[in-house]
Design a protein around this ligand. Sequence first.
Ligand code: HSE
Length: 428
Amino acid sequence: MTAPLRLGIAGLGTVGIGVVKIIRQKAELLRARIGREFVISAVSARNRDTDRGVALAGYEWEDDPVALATRDDVDVYLELIGGTEGAAKASVEAALRAGKDVVTANKAMLAIHGQALAEEAEAAGRAIRYEAAVAGGIPVIKALTEGLAGNEISRVMGVMNGTCNYILTRMEKAGLSYDAAFAEADGLGYLEADPTLDVGGIDAGHKLAILSAIAFGARPDFDGIELEGIERVTIEDIRAAADMGFRIKLLGVAQRTGRGLEQRMQPCLVPANSPLGQLEGGTNMVVIEGDAVEQIVLRGPGAGEGPTASAVMGDVCDLARGLRQPTFGQPADTLQEATRARSELPAPFYLRMALLDKPGALAKIATILGNSGVSIDRMRQYGHDDTTAPVLIVTHRTSRVALDEALTAMAQTDVVAGAPVALRIEHL
Ligand code: HSE
């Protein structure tokens, strides 16, 4: 049998402990499949004394993840700490320089520093694997880099933040306000330590940046994503969408157009009867379209101990088998700097605004839309309070540029209270 693969695990939270459990509980299965033993040489975390529900006393301990990453008895360094900078990045860089392969679940680090890290890995002749970074237990990185390698990818899209999907689902199913659904998700421990990462669309944006890089041979470009969170979605939006046969999802879309790479992560209306529309709770879904395969839909748990540890172990097993490939599926120096393209493909849009309840207000809005070439498909006014009237408008297909021109003009009138909500309606 080949020599054991020796692991150093930094970060003993949900993911790290899940990995320790799989290695302990499935030793025989792994040996049978891979033909090697897995040995945990040492572990590291911020606090040694935390009760993690698993006996760790048998493993050597390193306070400093960099020291762990560079130990002579570590072949593969597992960075499960998280965070864009700091210990996570320093230890991954140290591991690569010391000739170790790296497995990480760190989407933020890869979305922001992925190009530099990919170059460092290739210079060192090592690999960075990160299946757990995108869509939890769904093997989407493997699907894109390996199974779909013979395809020209035209579009990647998906729901990649389970917390947002949980909040939106609870709003629809239980009639909860955004704040109540957010509080429920918080109570269940779903939210990241900084909840803006979830509800602001940032976590899902990091994941989209990684998928785009692989799908389109582009350098990861998180800053190039049109990003909007779900904080402004109201129960009225959810109900209005449902009335029209749609559901609201935080949807990521990346596609190459004639003008460049379009990447957006925004709340959108999707048909309720589509696979994405039917996705409920904390589940993730990624849809990939390629010229040869046409369309595939991957669905599964986006977070949690088992699913993320499953993804990490898939990477560890590949490394144990000697499978190494460039970080984003092709050599780092061949990844192109993507030209950023704003989403210009026309689509219908859903608008919600509060109009001051005075004569001519609606006429002004209709005129502004008309002047920008935006045609109204449907309109509804409901539930006046003393001063404002909420108005919902669905447009015919229009470009975002034309719509933004209209929204800017609306802001300059004296009839719109606050900023209107504008959500794209995606026909999938
Ligand atoms: N917070 C993420 C989610 C999981 O809710 O999907 C980690 O990326």
